[in-house]
Design a protein around this ligand. Structure first.
Ligand code: SDX
Length: 431
């Protein structure tokens, strides 16, 4: 980060001018350092939704929303999705460099050896109703993991942080798969050390004791690629939640549980589930126009789920790879899903419509993922759970970066107060 120039803010009520440094990163927009803004001007800045606010310095993920560019530690998502496994990308996000063979083997072994969860966690699950949403289960169980490891989490100790990071990345697929098994009333499965990450996730979700489970290599490859596409995405709502939670010194399990809770929202990670519900509600290609009309109607709360993005004002590069994966998986499985036809017609009409063009609304990562999951036999309620499994690696990488950032302090925003000023108390008999 370099500092060469300043911006000047003039308060025209007093004519007083204030200079604030401009900080330049390696690429992307520079920032105005306003850490002294309140001390110097007596005012707060105001940015609900943080549309123009940089919350931290980071070297993990870079997004250029206008160009539709996504880099993880400098590598384009297209190259990573094409050439890496999810655990290679996890190593890259955590350590800043792609691993050589020896580094990768050591990392993959460490993750594999942490995939089992404490047997007591069976009891956690039994406390939920069978129809509990998997995200509610994951949020509760991951938060509860602090009860098993809290006494060995000295977050100022790099070795403790590494162990906690490996435990979270390793155990989250087991917890996600258990949430699914519990919801369908099937026996909980155990991880298998002879299977790689994505294959093991499929095995834990779909294996039953009555027969040997054979992993379909096409589905395993598709799942691994989908995990890569969801691994990290700069300072989105759930990552910012993890960072804010971690800024108080909370343990990493509590931080990831907070991230899962934030991701669940339909405007964020819950959108993939909402896309499938929307496509099902539309039902057929001939009803697409009516749906696009509703999405443009200001008085209608209906939105095209899977469309639009706070940062991308171009095609989400992940959506392009997801669409290609969608066609590959459906072809491999010989599945003809009418909802794919609806999705493709919806995309075609929306991308030619002035409303979407002028507001720069394009398909995002959630638009096609649900169709792939459905073809793989994954229920809608598990879509966001799989997003959470993938994003845990990004949350852990960002949490580590925050903990080791010398500039980090407890996050404590202020406000513009528009409530009652001080007034006399009114006793009951005078109200
Ligand atoms: C993810 O931040 C990340 O990086 C998130 C994510 C990640 O990997 O972590 O990429 C994952 O969350 C993807 C987004 C998934 N959400 C959805 O698909 C839900 C549908 N999309 C919208 O809710 C919306 O686009 C957001 C929430 C994604 C972004 O909202 P913004 O940036 O706050 O923009 P906005 O809501 O102010 O919309 C700008 C305009 C508005 O119109 P005006 O008020 O300016 O007239 O565009 C309109 C909106 O009404 N608009 C839409 C729309 N999205 C925005 N109109 C119809 N359909 C939509 N989907």
């Amino acid at each position: 980060m370099t500092q060469n120039n300043t911006v000047t803010v003039t308060d025209n009520r007093t004519g007083k001018a204030y200079d604030f440094p401009i900080l330049d990163g390696t690429t992307g927009p520079s920032v105005v350092d306003i850490r002294k803004f309140y001390a110097e001007t007596g005012m707060f800045t105001y940015d609900p939704g943080y549309t123009s606010t940089g919350s931290c310095e980071s070297a993990v993920t870079y997004i250029d929303g206008d160009q539709g560019v996504l880099l993880h530690r400098g590598y384009p998502i297209q190259d990573l999705a094409q050439n890496c496994t999810f655990l290679e990308v996890s190593y890259l996000l955590l350590n800043g460099e792609l691993p050589n063979r020896e580094q990768f083997q050591t990392f993959e072994n460490a993750i594999t050896m942490h995939t089992m969860v404490h047997e007591q966690i069976h009891k956690f699950l039994e406390g939920f109703r069978r129809d509990a949403h998997p995200m509610a289960v994951m949020c509760g169980v991951v938060g509860g993991m602090a009860a098993f490891y809290h006494d060995s989490i000295d977050i100022t100790n790099p070795h403790h942080r590494m162990i906690a990071s490996h435990r979270l990345i390793a155990k989250i697929p087991t917890i996600g798969a258990w949430a699914y098994k519990y919801s369908v009333g099937q026996p909980l499965t155990y991880p298998r050390n002879d299977l790689r990450y994505a294959s093991d996730l499929l095995q834990m979700m779909f294996a039953v004791p009555c027969e040997e489970y054979k992993v379909n290599p096409v589905l395993a490859k598709a799942m691994d690629r989908i995990l890569i596409l969801h691994a990290d995405h700069e300072q989105n709502a759930s990552t910012s939640t993890v960072r804010l939670t971690g800024s108080s010194g909370a343990n990493p399990f509590a931080c990831i549980a907070a991230g899962i809770a934030s991701l669940w929202g339909p405007a964020h990670g819950g959108a993939n589930e909402a896309v499938l519900n929307m496509l099902t509600e539309i039902g057929s290609v001939d009803r697409v126009n009516e749906c696009v009309k509703r999405a443009k109607d200001k008085d209608d709360p209906f939105r095209l789920m899977g469309f639009g993005h706070r940062v991308y004002k171009n095609y989400d590069p992940r959506a392009k790879i997801m669409a290609q994966t969608c066609h590959e998986v459906l072809e491999e499985l010989g599945v003809k899903d009418p909802l794919l036809d609806v999705a493709m017609e919806l995309e075609k009409i929306a991308l030619e419509d002035d409303y979407f063009i002028e507001k720069k609304l394009y398909p995002n990562v959630d638009f096609y993922s649900g169709i792939i999951f459905r073809a793989m036999g994954i229920p809608t309620s598990m879509f966001t759970a799989i997003f959470a499994i993938a994003r845990t690696t990004g949350w852990v990488a960002q949490w580590n970066e925050m903990i080791t950032d010398p500039a980090q302090k407890i996050g404590r925003p202020r406000q513009l107060f528009t409530g009652s000023t001080q007034r006399e108390f009114v006793p009951f008999d005078k109200r």
